[in-house]
Design a protein. Structure first.
Lengths: 294, 252
């Protein structure tokens, strides 16, 4: 056996080891957090540095100027991106959520359910350029012209798997007891799914939709063969339409310094718009929240 | 008003497990009836067969006749209709977390398409008063979530929610087992008052609770109803040896 003095000594040593390990882990965690934040801040900072000086009112109100002429803006591309993303969300969000509801509430253990889940996972891994070519073959080639609609469909299909799988996973976290409560009140199953299960899972589902939205908002490849881009104003869904990522791409690979500056500004505007959209949806979704809900 | 329930040759299965075997029982109207027995004896399955919740589990199956008044609940009506007439309170309080206290109580009506606001206000107030919760929550009805109040309050909220659809029968599956003694006493007082208007079936592990609230008591063991009689008779002079062993604590 150890003497009392030896025991106290060992306790002190143990304590020293515990506190130092504790400090080490804390420092590592903080370091990793900073490591994660560095690229984000660096990218945003560099975009502001390169792009902010080219931002002016004309950028948001004018269409691109012809080569050699100074000035011009990306107003049509900003609006075009809005239109394409609107179409994509209009199709992608309801279809994605509905498929997720099927997987979570009806398709458990069924052949069709497993098939849909597998398809969604594969679709999630399809490179975006392949998606563009597929939509080119399915819509653009059939219609014989590029169109904003085709671009919207391409982005919608890219949104669906993310939304479907998040919806399914979020619905799975809704406690069984809550569903039973609704069924026990004589509320039909479809109503229970909409007003109880989906409502309880909605914060997570909204996050999934925003992730999907933010991801496709910056996609260029699927739009190259579908929306195609446009130097002028166009709101006709059957015509080629401008989009910010396309405009940035075209300007960035051009040989003109003025266009390079505009490309930087466009990239900055794109990122800020995505962040603004995500923040707005969050604020809007939290507005109706109750005290002590989650 | 409450209605009587007559159960004839009720059998229930979970997969291949024969959970309930030939249950025959008459539950009188406007009284509380207690069901006691060790864990896994089938008493929860039995109440879940009474409002057809049993069949919501895909591997579950039930056979036999359950008459509520003159309605055969397995033949004459859809499960949704039956569950509106037979309310249920579960073991753990399960308020809807994303709904306010008001919406929790109104949910049974609102989600079935009932929209008259004035009537809803009335029903919510009356139900919360019947569940002895009104005074504690009346100032936060629309501000607070149903999940933000204490466990005992949540369970009374669930009772109010069940009462709001105006059922004839109230099934309670160990309604106080997750609650502290003070909340339990409140629930028991509530059962005592509610039985004048509703037929109440209460599953409980607590034999004192059965003795306090119920006029009749049934003893379940291994999926069979061993004995059903007046509560005083069950607890003072049971006819079956197994009932006596259980209530004197020799097993279970």
């Amino acid at each position: 056996m150890f003497s009392r003095v030896q025991q106290t000594k060992m306790q002190r040593l143990n304590e020293l080891r515990r506190t130092s390990v504790n400090h080490l882990v804390t420092v590592l965690a903080i370091f990793s957090t900073i490591l994660v934040l560095v690229p984000l801040v660096a990218i945003l900072g560099y975009l502001i540095y390169k792009g902010a000086s080219s931002l002016n009112l004309a950028f948001f109100t004018h269409v691109p100027a012809p080569v050699g002429e100074a000035g011009g803006g990306m107003a049509n591309a900003i609006a075009g991106s809005g239109v394409i993303l609107g179409i994509a969300s209009f199709i992608g969000v309801p279809v994605g959520i509905a498929a997720g509801v099927y997987l979570a509430e009806y398709g458990r253990g069924r052949m069709l359910g497993n098939l849909v889940r597998f398809t969604a996972d594969v679709l999630n891994g399809v490179p975006s350029i392949v998606m563009g070519i597929a939509i080119y073959a399915l819509i653009v080639a059939k219609q014989q012209h590029f169109s904003g609609f085709a671009g919207g469909v391409a982005l919608a299909i890219m949104m669906i798997p993310t939304i479907t799988r998040t919806t399914e996973e979020m619905l799975a976290t809704v406690p069984h007891a809550v569903r039973e409560a609704a069924l026990g009140l004589g509320i039909p199953k479809w109503r229970t799914v909409i007003s109880v299960s989906l409502r309880t899972a909605s914060p997570g589902i909204i996050t999934g939709c925003m992730l999907a939205f933010a991801r496709v908002a910056g996609e260029t490849a699927p739009l190259l063969f579908t929306a195609f881009g446009n130097q002028f104003w166009s709101f006709n869904l059957n015509q080629p339409i401008a989009a910010l990522p396309l405009q940035i791409y075209v300007y960035a690979i051009s040989p003109y310094d003025e266009w390079h500056r505009l490309a930087w500004a466009g990239a900055l505007v794109l990122i800020v718009m995505i962040m603004a959209a995500v923040t707005l949806v969050r604020i809007f979704a939290n507005r109706g929240a109750l005290k002590g809900g989650h | 008003m409450g209605v009587d329930i007559r159960v004839e040759n009720l059998n229930a299965w979970y997969g291949n497990t024969h959970t309930l075997q030939d249950i025959n029982l008459h539950i009188p109207p406007n009284q509380a009836t207690a069901l006691i027995g060790p864990s896994g004896c089938g008493k929860s399955t039995f109440v879940r067969c009474l409002n057809r919740m049993h069949e919501t589990n895909p591997i579950a199956r039930a056979e036999g006749t359950v008459m509520m008044g003159d309605v055969d609940i397995y033949k004459d009506a859809s499960p949704v209709e039956i569950r509106r007439r037979i309310g249920m309170v579960f073991q753990r309080p399960n308020p809807f977390p994303t709904m306010s206290i008001y919406d929790n109580v109104a949910s049974g009506l609102k989600l079935n398409g009932f929209r008259n606001k004035r009537m809803l206000d009335e029903v919510v107030e009356r139900s919360l008063k019947s569940a002895a919760l009104w005074d504690e929550v009346k100032d936060d009805l629309r501000k607070k979530s149903g999940a933000s109040i204490s466990g005992g309050q949540q369970q009374r909220l669930c009772i109010a929610r069940a009462l709001a659809v105006d059922p004839e029968v109230l099934l309670m599956d160990e309604p106080a087992s997750a609650l502290d003694p003070v909340s339990t006493a409140k629930i028991e007082d509530l059962i005592f008052n509610l039985k004048t208007q509703y037929t109440i079936v209460i599953v409980t592990h607590n034999m004192q609770q059965a003795a306090r609230v119920a006029a009749n008591t049934g003893f379940f063991l291994n999926g069979k109803l061993i004995e059903f009689d007046a509560t005083t008779k069950i607890f003072t002079n049971p006819s079956d040896k197994r009932t006596e062993d259980y209530i004197t604590g020799r097993f279970g």
